[in-house]
Ligand binder design. Structure first.
Ligand code: HEM
Ligand SMILES: *[C@@H]1O[C@H](CO)[C@@H](O)[C@H](O)[C@H]1NC(C)=O
Ligand SMILES: *[C@@H]1O[C@H](CO)[C@@H](O)[C@H](O)[C@H]1NC(C)=O
Ligand SMILES: *[C@@H]1O[C@H](CO)[C@@H](O)[C@H](O)[C@H]1NC(C)=O
Ligand SMILES: *[C@@H]1O[C@H](CO)[C@@H](O)[C@H](O)[C@H]1NC(C)=O
Length: 319
C-alpha cells in the first residue's frame, strides 16, 4: 500500500515536471494578463513606421531573420558592442546593411511605459516581423511569445551562420537544413525578397558577369551599379516589379530571370527548386501558407525561456 502511494506520488511529480517543461514553450497568450496591450502597441508602431517609410517593413522582417539564425531568436542581434563581447552588428552580413534599430527602440520604450520589464526584445522582433508583412499586404499568422533575451552576442556566429548571397543552390539548401529547414521552406522564406532593397556591392557580379539574367533587367541596373567600387552602396529593389508589396512577384521575377541576387536566381536555374518557384509564381496562396508556417518555425529557433536569459529594459544593452 505504501509502495503504491509512493508510486502514485512519483507519477504525480513526473507529470508536474513534464508540465513545467511544456509550459516553458512559447504561447500566443503569453502576455495576455501581464501586458494585454503589448500586441497593439507593437502593431501601431510598426504601421506608423511603414507608412513613414515603406522600406522599414522589409528591414524589420530581416532583423527577425538575422536574430533567429544566429544562436536562436534571443535578440542578440540588437546588442551593441561591449567591453566583454563584440556584437553582431559589425559582422559582414549585417554591417552597413541591417536597419530598423531605432524603430525597435521606440517600441521598447512604449512597452516599458505600459508594462515595465515584461515584454522581451526577442518577442518584439517576432511581432514586428509579422506586422511588417501584414502592413505590406502579405499573409498573417499567430505569433508565439515568451522568448527571453540573451546576455551576450557573437560576431563570429553572425559571420558564419547567415547565408551569403554568393552561395549556390546546394549551399543554400545546406545552410537552411543546418537550421532544420527543408528545401521547400528555404524557397518559401526566400520569398521575403519580394520587398526591400540591396546594395550594389552584393549584386554587382550578378548584373555584370552572369548569363542567367534578363539582359534588359541587367542593363537597367548597371547605371546605378557600375563596376567601380564608388557605387557600392547604391540601392536597388530586390523585387523589381512591386518592391513595397508583399506578394508573389519575387517568384514571377525568378521565372523571368530577374532575380537581383545570385542566391535568388539560384532557386530557378534548372535545379531541384524550379518547380517550387513555379508553383509559388502561379499560386500566391500556396506561397502565403508555406511562408507563414515557415516564419512560425523560424520564430521558434532555440528561444530562451523560463528563467534563462532576461527581459532587457533597453534592447541594446543587458540589464
Ligand atoms: C536564402 C538566403 C538569403 C540570402 C543569401 C539573403 C541575402 C540578403 C542580402 C545580401 C540582402 C541585401 C542586404 C544589403 O545589401 O544591405 C538581403 C536583404 C533582405 N533580406 Fe535576405 N537573404 C536570405 C534570406 C532571407 C530570409 C529568410 C529573409 C526573411 C525571412 C530575408 C529578408 C530580407 C529582407 C526583407 C531584405 C531587405 C531588407 C531591407 O530593405 O532593409 N532574407 N538579403
Ligand atoms: C562584463 O562582464 C563582467 C562580469 O560578468 C560584468 O561585471 C560587467 O558588468 C560586464 N561589462 C559590461 C560592459 O557589460
Ligand atoms: C567578372 O568576372 C571576372 C572573371 O572572373 C572578374 O575578374 C571580374 O572582377 C568580375 N566583375 C565583376 C563586376 O564582378
Ligand atoms: C537608381 O538610384 C536612384 C537614386 O537612388 C533610384 O531612385 C533608382 O530607383 C535606382 N534605379 C534602380 C534601377 O535601382
Ligand atoms: C503548390 O504548393 C502547395 C503548398 O505547398 C501544395 O499544396 C501544392 O500541392 C503545390 N502544387 C504543385 C502543383 O506542386
Amino acid at each position: 500500500m505504501a509502495f503504491i502511494s509512493h508510486y502514485i506520488r512519483f507519477c504525480f511529480f513526473v507529470l508536474l515536471f513534464l508540465f513545467r517543461i511544456s509550459s516553458a514553450q512559447l504561447s500566443s497568450q503569453y502576455y495576455s494578463t501581464t501586458c494585454p496591450r503589448a500586441l497593439s502597441i507593437v502593431r501601431n508602431a510598426v504601421v506608423n513606421a511603414v507608412v513613414k517609410e515603406h522600406r522599414m517593413g522589409a528591414s524589420l522582417l530581416r532583423l527577425h531573420f538575422h536574430d533567429c539564425f544566429v544562436n536562436g531568436c534571443d535578440a542578440s542581434v540588437l546588442l551593441d558592442d561591449t567591453a566583454n563581447f563584440t556584437g553582431e552588428k559589425t559582422a559582414p552580413p549585417n554591417t552597413n546593411s541591417l536597419r530598423g534599430f531605432e524603430v525597435i527602440d521606440t517600441i521598447k520604450s512604449q512597452l516599458e511605459g505600459a508594462c515595465p520589464g515584461v515584454v522581451s526584445c526577442a518577442d518584439i522582433l517576432a511581432i514586428a516581423a509579422r506586422d511588417s508583412v501584414v502592413s505590406l499586404g502579405g499573409p498573417s499568422w499567430t505569433v508565439q511569445l515568451g522568448r527571453r533575451d540573451s546576455t551576450t552576442a557573437s560576431l563570429s556566429a553572425a559571420t558564419s551562420q547567415l547565408p551569403s548571397p554568393s552561395l549556390n543552390l546546394n549551399d543554400l539548401i545546406t545552410s537552411f537544413s543546418t537550421k532544420g529547414f527543408t528545401t521547400k521552406e528555404l524557397v518559401a522564406l526566400s520569398g521575403s525578397h519580394t520587398t526591400g532593397q540591396a546594395r550594389c556591392v552584393v549584386f554587382r557580379g550578378r548584373i555584370h558577369n552572369e548569363t542567367n539574367i534578363d539582359s534588359s533587367f541587367a542593363t537597367s541596373l548597371k547605371s546605378n551599379c557600375t563596376v567601380s567600387s564608388g557605387t557600392d552602396d547604391s540601392l536597388s529593389s530586390l523585387d523589381v516589379t512591386s518592391p513595397f508589396i508583399f506578394d508573389n512577384a519575387y517568384f514571377k521575377n525568378l521565372v523571368n530571370s530577374k532575380g537581383l541576387l545570385h542566391s535568388d536566381q539560384q532557386l530557378f536555374n534548372g535545379g531541384s527548386t524550379d518547380s517550387l518557384v513555379t508553383n509559388y509564381s502561379t499560386t500566391a496562396e500556396a506561397f502565403y501558407t508555406d511562408f507563414a508556417n515557415a516564419m512560425l518555425k523560424m520564430g521558434s529557433l532555440s528561444p530562451l525561456t523560463g528563467t534563462s536569459g532576461q527581459v532587457r529594459t533597453n534592447c541594446r544593452k543587458i540589464n
